[in-house]
Design a protein around this ligand. Structure first.
Ligand SMILES: O=C1O[C@H](COP(=O)(O)O)[C@@H](O)[C@H](O)[C@H]1O
Length: 259
């Protein structure tokens, strides 16, 4: 696997603005090529700031939002609408402010018990939620085209990371980082709260055409530096992120400090 393309910017505001501008361009290009664009969203401070920058952009409506399929790379398994949920944060930052088609927005299950584990309906069981999302992805792969088996070839997958090297909700040397056969997993006992989550695996993330890691601040520098210097994905899961066509790290100077 060749190394990522690294884009280093002065600060988090610049990362959010550059990421927003590049995301709008990528979605436009995907729509020009394939009619419908697909994006996998991330949570995290800079991931949500980037969505706010998309919403504030003068170019926001250069994308046909009704023809964007929206997925999530990971989710906190807490009640629907909880402010800790990545989807709740993404809706407030962007999705409630553009003309997305609700049928094309695919959140992961919440912990609110629901009648079934289909589509994005909710479940008291994160394993059922993970299975339901795997089914959502299989159906989407049939519509959008497949990257790895059963997973769409997403146009862009956005990911954040933590100081210990986690990405999505895949933590170092956790069961999820070893779950190479699955596309979606339930994650328990996360060192970072909330402890229960649902996540794409690294193998599923690699189904995307483009994978963009967005990270800012000095706390991320050591993990990024270790990945850049050859650490494996079991030790530093973000090292396992790669797109089939492009892998890009969008960083500020502090996060890039140990590359
Ligand atoms: O818990 C999570 O954390 C990471 C990074 O968050 P940050 O606030 O330190 O940038 C995020 O990428 C992930 O989606 C999220 O669930």
């Amino acid at each position: 696997m060749s190394g990522p393309e690294v884009v280093t910017l002065p600060d988090d505001e610049a990362v959010a603005a550059e990421g927003a501008s590049r995301l709008l361009a990528a979605l436009r290009e995907a729509q020009a090529a394939r009619g419908v664009a697909s994006v996998v969203l991330t949570g995290g401070g800079i991931g949500i700031a980037m969505l706010e920058a998309v919403a504030a952009s003068a170019d926001r409506d250069s994308v046909d939002w009704s023809a964007v399929e929206v997925f999530w790379g990971d989710e906190r398994f807490v009640p629907a609408g909880d402010a800790e949920r990545n989807d709740a944060q993404a809706r407030a930052a962007l999705l409630d402010r553009v003309d997305v088609d609700p049928a094309r927005v695919h959140p992961m299950a919440s912990s609110t018990p629901g009648p079934s584990a289909l589509e994005s309906e909710d479940s008291a069981d994160p394993d059922a939620g993970a299975e339901a999302y795997a089914q959502v992805l299989t159906e989407a792969a049939a519509r959008l085209g497949e990257g790895v088996p059963g997973i769409p070839a997403f146009d862009v997958l956005l990911a954040g990371c933590g100081p210990e090297g986690h990405t999505l909700s895949i933590f170092p040397d956790s069961p999820a980082v070893h779950a190479t056969a699955a596309g979606v997993v339930a994650v328990r006992d996360c060192p970072k709260p909330p402890p229960t989550r649902i996540s794409l695996t690294l193998a599923a993330a690699r189904s995307a055409r483009e994978v963009w890691l967005v990270a800012t601040g000095p706390g991320k520098a050591e993990a990024l530096g270790k990945a850049a210097h050859g650490a494996g994905e079991v030790e530093i899961p973000l090292a396992g992120l790669a797109g089939s066509e492009r892998t890009m790290w969008l960083l500020d100077r502090e996060a890039a400090g140990q590359l």
